[in-house]
Design a protein around this ligand. Structure first.
Ligand code: BDR
Ligand code: CA
Length: 338
């Protein structure tokens, strides 16, 4: 299996990603690090530990990381993820404490200790990763690829042009993009599209297996983005009810961050183009935008020669929705249906 480390801000869809990573036989989840984002960092640590315990993976080391972005003030997203960051589902407190080391120390240790190069999967603001790259730049020699959820070639969500994870800490995202390792951007262009049909969400919620049941409850909290259709095999297209995600029997849930983990184990389901990407750092309405230069492909023109350093990133622009929905359900929903 692929050695994988997740950096997260759990987070309803981060939890979906953790449940998948723990279950997928192709992933060896070596550590999980936590950063402020969807909720405050202590809440993220608590949520992450609870999810791992529910998924039956209590031994994966978890570390607390940055409590705020490099420059900005923290801006939690309780309107999306609930006051506890986990959809206010009333989950139990975790039984264990996090590792006795901070996130940067754990990342450094686990990346260099891995017998094979690690796939690093940040699905949160990039603060921890930026601090890691600046503190221990030698880690890049044992990183196979960074697959991050963040950014957008098209519309944003936190602002008209900026996606939340990049907008929350734009300087950190800029550091990540110039890490000098292969990078896949799983941005909003694909993130919003992978939606599980309502019937499958109901099946998960009825499961007797705690991890599958939690996935169902979390998906029910996540309405499909406006205009998306559910992508299951044989499922009908469903939109979340106008009144919110918890309407009786109607919710369909976006996989969100979990789609980035699908892209790690099944990269063929994601169509990427290698393109120059730069984070807009100037104050003003474009701050936090990932400016994706779609005018040319590498090798096709000399447009970029002689310009300042720009990161070339494998930007996900198309996703095979039924394929990822099937992969997710087969991984997390297998067995134990009630
Ligand atoms: C990102 O922000 C969070 O709400 C999600 O977990 C995801 O990481 C989407 O912009
Ligand atoms: Ca997240």
């Amino acid at each position: 299996p692929l050695p994988v480390i997740i950096d997260c801000d759990t987070g309803v869809d981060d939890a979906l990603a953790l449940l998948f990573a723990v279950r997928h036989p192709g992933i060896d989840l070596r550590a999980v690090t936590c950063v402020a984002g969807n909720t405050d960092v202590d809440g993220v640590v608590r949520n992450t530990l609870t999810v791992l315990e529910t998924a039956g993976a209590p031994a994966v080391p978890v570390a607390r990381g940055a409590g705020r972005p490099l420059i900005e003030a923290p801006r939690p997203a309780s309107h999306v993820h609930g006051h506890d960051g986990m959809g206010d589902l009333g989950l139990p407190a975790p039984r264990r404490a996090p590792a006795g080391v901070d996130a940067v120390t754990l990342l450094h240790r686990e990346i260099l200790a891995s017998p094979r190069p690690v796939t690093l999967v940040p699905i949160a603001p990039l603060t921890n990763i930026a601090l890691l790259l600046r503190t221990h730049p030698e880690v890049t020699r044992n990183i196979e690829r960074i697959v991050f959820m963040g950014g957008a070639a098209g519309a944003g969500n936190a602002t008209p042009v900026a996606e939340f994870n990049v907008w929350h800490d734009p300087e950190a995202a800029a550091i990540l993009l110039t890490a000098g390792v292969p990078i896949t951007m799983y941005g909003l262009d694909v993130f919003n599209r992978v939606v599980v049909p309502a019937a499958e969400v109901h099946r998960l919620r009825a499961s007797t297996e705690p991890g599958a049941r939690l996935a169902g409850d979390l998906l029910a909290h996540r309405p499909a983005a406006p205009g998306t259709t559910a992508g299951g095999t044989g499922g009908t297209a469903v939109r979340a009810p106008a009144g919110g995600p918890d309407g009786p029997g109607e919710a369909a849930g976006g996989l969100g961050d979990a789609g980035a983990l699908c892209a790690v184990v099944d990269p063929r389901g994601l169509t990427t183009h290698r393109l120059p990407v730069e984070v807009s750092l100037a104050p003003g309405p474009a701050r936090g935008q990932t400016v994706v230069d779609r005018r040319s492909r590498i090798g096709e023109s000399e447009l970029h020669e002689g310009t300042r350093e720009q990161a070339l990133v494998d930007v996900g622009l198309e996703v095979d929705v039924p394929r990822y929905v099937k992969l997710y359900l087969e991984t997390v929903g297998a067995g134990g249906e009630g």
